[in-house]
Every structure is written in structure tokens, then in C-alpha cells.
Design a protein around this ligand. Structure first.
Ligand code: WTA
Length: 656
């Protein structure tokens, strides 16, 4: 990576990579798609919906009662049938759907579409036998095993909505989500593998369920064969409940607006929001974007999305998009360094992966590990590379292109959100000339704008807030049980426009650059965590008086959590005592939210820097956390507070 920094990075904004002619000629989507969609946006989306199998066609493409949308009104379909059965019916049952790769070496499973169908049907039967029916909610708390995908599809098949909770979240986070969703059944595992060792999952469920009366049954996948506690009558092994079920399941078609899933995500205030997605429009856009953005050739491609099913990327681009398109994909259970820091590259070589979709934080980690590791493997099968989750810095983009893509694979930097359901902004391979670090522009059928603080468009060039100015098929249908919050959060900042919460600018060529969140949402390794959520976790500790949390720039994870905490009573002067307390606080946050929310640093301070009117000066805390020269502090009530905090931070930073 040595030559990829400095001057090269500086020149990237004006630098472009044109698609090679052969690619342009063979690409799925041609430049005309933009024109076509601009002339008739709804007609364009209706054509894309036509790629799916509908039992009953829709009467109306869009019913828009701002900010509430219904897409493909009157249409009926079954999402699971679209993702599985129709590929079997089309004669592709022998095609591999999942090459599953477990973390322990040689622990692999291949599932064809026929086998996937069998498993989904049996699981659907099992859920029905537990009393789950259309309209119910099922919570899925699983590691990256095929049963995660199978469970999601089984819910979809019977019209129940799933809410997947990332396995890294704590039992407290599970309680919040299960309670809010009133889930009937939880699907979990004894444990999963994490960096070579089995780690437990079921204890978190057991603990959570003491406070979740809505749950009647727990299905437990046997993955690690750890000992587990068992509640008779409530808990069932997956193998007992599923394997004995009939292999056929007659799927019913549901309304296009049937809830498909809830996915909880952090916002700038309060508890995580249950983002609601429904069926027809969501699947249309997930499938179309997956096909177009990755230039997908389902007969020949081997696609690999490295996201966990617990995040929206694992929903739209591991489960629904790829399976709706009938492609073969890799699903990997473990961490990038399990079995060696070149594990990913050996997987790509083994399965002949052609499309890789991952996050900038992973790329930056691999840059640190060195380019000799990917160089050991034959990755000539790769042809398209994707990035998602946070802005990709030009250095990482160039490294991805050169070292992983052999300077021949187009990179698609895809901007979207849990709320948007599917990719909104991205180049198209074969069509768009790309600039390193830029997501380029909206996809066909998508209308974005960049507006100033008053909601006025900045025009062709200039910076401001990213908004979406027209409804789109996979848009969230609301926040579960809270229409007011839905309106307030997304539709009230700017009249008639969806406020994404991201800053953006058009450059002199009218190319779009995403600039990160403009609210209190941090982006840690591509995961959304809000500052207020971590602050609430910290102040729930009996010894904490006040806490301020900021996201500080981090060379690998994009941002890192830094917390400034004042303590009730005496803060011990004893070095190890304070250190011990900091460890206790970090663990407390992990218990309240999950290990992903553990602050990188916690600075104990007798006071927090406040203005004379009592407002915490967050900007200043960011400067302190990022070790920048501090500007004007004269507006502070007590400027000496800052000097003290800055010194403590300096000591912590030099230690780490
Ligand atoms: C950020 C993940 C810049 C952004 C799919 C957004 C990005 C938030 C990009 C959504 C990108 C995602 N460039 N920023 N290509 N992709 N983001 O809901 O701040 O987990 O608002 O969805 O991630 O995160 P979420």
C-alpha cells in the first residue's frame, strides 16, 4: 500500500476510470435506462416488478399519500416462492444457492435451490405447527449459518415478518426488540464460532426471555454443541422441530404490502427504530438493483456479500436480492482472520467468486495486513467489486481496485440505508465512469437532491444535505407502531422530501460525494450506533453522573466511539482503580447494547465542557478525541475543564 497514499489520493477527485469496451458491450444495463426512467419513473419500476412472479398483477403502481406509500397496489405474490421455488420450476434446481463456509476449516455445506426449497418448506411447516401465522413476528438471533437464510425465507413463505437481531447485540438489546415487535417465536443457536472459538448465543436469549412474555417457543439450531440451559415446553431443537416436517409446503400469495420484516436501527434519539419493509416493492428494488449494480449473470456468477444477516445488507444483498435473481453465492460464517489473514482470498480462489460486496472498514484492515496475502491466491475470477456502509476513502478505493481487482474490475460504491431498503446511489458497471471515493449518482428510477439548511436545492454543484425527492419501491413503510416518529424523523426537516441524515456534495462534474452523517449517528465499521444510545447506556451505570459520546475519525473503523464521563462522588486517583472502572464501564455498555458499542476510549473527567447556557460542546470533544489543535474555547463556562480533558485524552492516546 506504500505508493497509494499522498499525491495519488489528492488527484483522485478529477481522476476517472472508464468501463472497458467489452464490459460496456456485455453489461446488463445500458445508459438508456436513465433516460427511460427519467421519462416514466413509475413505468420503469413496473417493468422491474415484472421480473418477479406475481400471482395477481397490481392495479396501480404507486399510491402516494405523503409520506405513506403503497407500491403495486392490489398485487399479490409470495416472496419465498420468488426467491426459491420459481428457480426450481425453471429447471435450475440443481444450481447451488449457497456455498456455506463455516469458520472452522473444512466445515462447509453446499445447498442447491432444490435443497433450499426443501428446507424452507420444512421450516415453514415447523413455524406453522408452533402457531405462527401470517402477520405474526418471529425474532431471528443466529450466527451466519444457512438456517438464518432459511428462517427468513420460511417466515416470508407464511407471511410472518421477521426481525433479525445481530448476534453481537446483548440480551438487553434483544429484550427491547422482541418486546417492541411482540415476537411469538425466537430462532437462535447454541452458539457460533468467533475467531476460532465457540461463543454462546442461547444464554442471551434465556436471559432476555425472562422479560418477554410474548414468546411462546424458541427454536435452537445445534451449531457448536455447547451445553445449554433448557426450558421444557418452550425450547425445541431445530433438528427435532424441523427435520420431521413434510417436505412440501403450499405457499399462499400475500398482498404486495404484506410486512416482510422489521429491522431495528439506531437513530439520533431514543431507542432503536423498527424499520418496516413490505413485500412487492422491496423485492422489486432489491432484485433489480442486485442485478443491475453488480451486472449480475445468474447462470455464471458466484457472488459473495460479506455482510452479516443481522444488518440490512445481509437482508437485501445476501438473502432477498441474490436469491430472487437465482444466483450462486458464498456465505461465510467467520471473521476475516479466522484460519489466517488470507481466509477471504482463499475462499475467493476456491469457489471462483466473481463479485465481491464488502465494506471499506474491511478493505482498510486488509491494507494494514499487507498486499502479499491476497497476492498468494488466484483471484482472477473476480469481475465486479462493491463497497457499502460508509464513505470509501480514495486510498482504500484505489487499493481495492489494484490489489483485489487486479486493476480490471469496476468498483461500485453503493449508498443506501436500512430505511431505503435497497441501493439508491451507485455507478453501474459498463455504464458509469467512476471517480475513486465517489458513489457517482442516483440509479435509474431514483431521485436525489442536495439541499441547503432551508431545503432549497443547491443545484448542479455544491454541498448540503442529501434528500430523496420521490418515493421509491423499497422505501420503508414506516417505523413499527410509530407513524408520528416516522413523519418527524424523515419527512419534517424538509417539506415533501425524505431527509437521509447524510451530508453530500455535487462536484464540478455533477458527481455525488457522500460526506457522512450530519446527525448524532456514528458509523463504526459500517455499523450505525447513535451517540445518545451509548450515552444512555453509560448513565444507566449507578456511578456515572453525566456522559458525552462522540464519533472520532479512526483510520480503520471509519469512526470510533470516544466517551467523556463524569462520575458521581469521588473519582479515584489510584491509576489501576480508574482503569478498572473504565473497564467496568466498557463492559457495562457491552451488556446494555452489545460489544460493537464498546467505546474505544473512555475519558474520566471531573466536568464536561459546557457553554455558559449549559450545552455540552460536542464539536470540541470531537477535536479532543481526534487530537486536533483546539480552537476558541472562550465561550465555555470554564475553559480549564478542556485543558484537563485534553491532557487525559493525550495520555490515553499515547498508550494505545
Ligand atoms: C452510511 C447500510 C457513504 C450513510 C446499507 C447511511 C454510506 C448509513 C454508504 C446507513 C456509502 C452507507 N457511502 N456512506 N456507500 N453506504 N453509508 O442503515 O451514512 O446500516 O446513512 O445501511 O451508512 O447505514 P445502514
Amino acid at each position: 500500500m506504500t505508493q497509494q497514499t499522498g499525491l495519488e489520493a489528492l488527484s483522485t477527485e478529477s481522476r476517472r476510470f472508464d468501463p472497458p469496451t467489452e464490459l460496456a458491450a456485455a453489461a446488463n444495463v445500458k445508459a438508456e435506462a436513465y433516460e427511460r426512467a427519467a421519462q416514466d419513473r413509475l413505468g420503469f419500476w413496473a417493468e422491474q416488478a415484472g421480473r418477479l412472479q406475481w400471482e395477481t398483477p397490481w392495479d396501480e403502481v404507486l399510491d402516494w399519500q405523503p409520506p405513506f406509500a403503497k407500491w403495486f397496489v392490489g398485487g399479490r405474490l409470495n416472496v419465498a416462492v420468488n426467491c426459491v421455488d420459481r428457480h426450481v420450476d425453471a429447471g435450475n434446481g440443481d444450481r447451488i444457492a449457497l456455498h456455506w463456509v463455516g469458520e472452522p476449516e473444512d466445515d462447509t455445506r453446499d445447498l442447491t435451490y432444490t435443497e433450499l426449497k426443501r428446507q424452507v418448506c420444512m421450516t415453514a411447516n415447523a413455524l406453522e405447527s408452533l402457531g405462527v401465522s401470517a402477520g405474526d413476528r418471529v425474532c431471528i438471533y443466529l450466527p451466519m449459518v444457512p438456517e438464518a437464510v432459511i428462517s427468513m425465507l420460511a417466515c416470508a413463505r407464511i407471511g410472518a415478518a421477521h426481525t433479525v437481531v445481530f448476534g453481537g447485540f446483548s440480551s438487553q438489546a434483544l429484550v427491547d426488540r422482541i418486546t417492541a415487535a411482540e415476537a411469538k417465536v425466537v430462532i437462535t443457536a447454541d452458539g457460533g464460532y468467533r475467531r476460532g472459538a465457540p461463543s454462546a448465543l442461547k444464554p442471551a436469549v434465556d436471559e432476555a426471555l425472562e422479560r418477554c412474555p410474548s414468546v411462546t417457543n424458541v427454536l435452537v439450531v445445534k451449531r457448536t454443541r455447547q451445553d445449554v440451559d433448557w426450558v421444557e415446553g418452550r425450547d425445541l431443537w431445530w433438528s427435532d422441530a424441523v427435520d420431521s416436517q413434510p417436505e412440501e409446503h403450499e405457499a399462499q400469495a400475500f398482498d404486495a404490502e404484506q410486512p416482510l420484516f422489521l429491522l431495528y436501527t439506531s437513530g439520533s434519539t431514543g431507542k432503536p427504530k423498527g424499520i418496516l419493509h413490505t413485500s412487492g416493492g422491496y423485492l422489486t428494488q432489491a432484485a433489480w438493483t442486485h442485478w443491475a449494480v453488480f451486472d449480475l449473470k445468474p447462470e455464471t456468477d458466484v457472488y459473495w456479500c460479506t455482510a452479516d444477516v443481522g444488518w440490512v445488507t445481509g437482508h437485501s444483498y445476501l438473502t432477498y436480492g441474490p436469491l430472487a435473481n437465482g444466483v450462486t453465492q458464498v456465505m461465510y460464517e467467520g471473521t476475516p482472520d479466522a484460519g489466517g489473514r488470507d481466509r477471504w482470498w482463499s475462499i475467493i480462489a476456491k469457489y471462483g467468486v466473481t463479485i465481491l460486496y464488502t465494506a471499506p472498514t474491511a478493505i482498510r484492515t486488509f491494507m494494514k495486513w499487507g498486499e502479499d496475502l491476497p497476492a498468494k491466491h488466484d483471484m482472477s475470477s473476480l469481475r465486479v467489486l462493491g463497497s457499502v456502509g460508509e464513505p470509501i476513502n480514495p486510498e482504500a478505493w484505489m487499493w481495492y481496485r489494484r490489489v483485489i481487482g487486479g486493476d480490471r474490475c469496476p468498483i461500485v460504491d453503493t449508498w443506501w440505508q436500512t430505511e431505503t431498503g435497497a441501493i439508491m446511489v451507485s455507478p453501474l458497471p459498463g455504464v458509469t465512469s467512476t471517480k475513486p471515493g465517489s458513489a457517482m449518482g442516483p440509479l435509474p428510477g431514483i431521485a436525489v437532491d442536495v439541499v441547503d439548511g432551508e431545503g432549497v436545492s443547491v443545484g448542479e454543484t455544491g454541498g448540503g444535505f442529501l434528500t430523496l425527492s420521490e418515493p421509491w419501491p423499497s422505501m420503508l413503510r414506516g417505523i413499527w407502531g410509530d407513524d408520528e416518529r416516522y413523519k418527524d424523523t424523515y419527512w419534517s426537516r424538509f417539506e415533501g422530501q425524505y431527509f437521509a441524515g447524510d451530508g453530500a456534495k455535487w462536484d464540478e462534474d455533477h458527481v455525488l460525494w457522500l460526506l457522512g452523517r450530519v446527525d448524532d449517528v456514528m458509523n463504526i465499521s459500517g455499523h450505525r450506533i447513535s451517540t445518545t444510545e451509548v450515552e444512555s447506556a453509560l448513565v444507566s451505570h449507578p456511578k456515572v453522573a453525566e456522559a458525552a459520546v462522540v464519533g472520532a475519525a479512526d483510520p480503520t473503523t471509519g469512526q470510533a466511539i470516544v466517551a467523556f464521563v463524569t462520575v458521581k462522588g469521588d473519582v479515584t486517583d489510584d491509576e489501576s482503580g480508574a482503569e478498572g472502572f473504565v473497564t467496568e464501564l466498557r463492559n457495562h455498555v457491552a451488556k446494555e447494547i452489545g460489544a460493537i458499542a464498546k467505546p474505544r476510549q473512555i475519558v474520566l473527567s471531573p466536568e464536561l465542557p459546557k457553554t455558559r447556557s449549559g450545552k455540552i460542546m460536542r464539536r470540541l470533544l470531537v477535536d479532543i478525541a481526534e487530537r486536533r489543535e483546539l480552537g476558541d474555547v472562550t465561550t465555555l463556562a470554564d475553559p480549564t475543564v478542556v485543558t484537563q480533558i485534553d491532557e487525559t485524552m493525550g495520555k490515553l492516546a499515547s498508550k494505545s
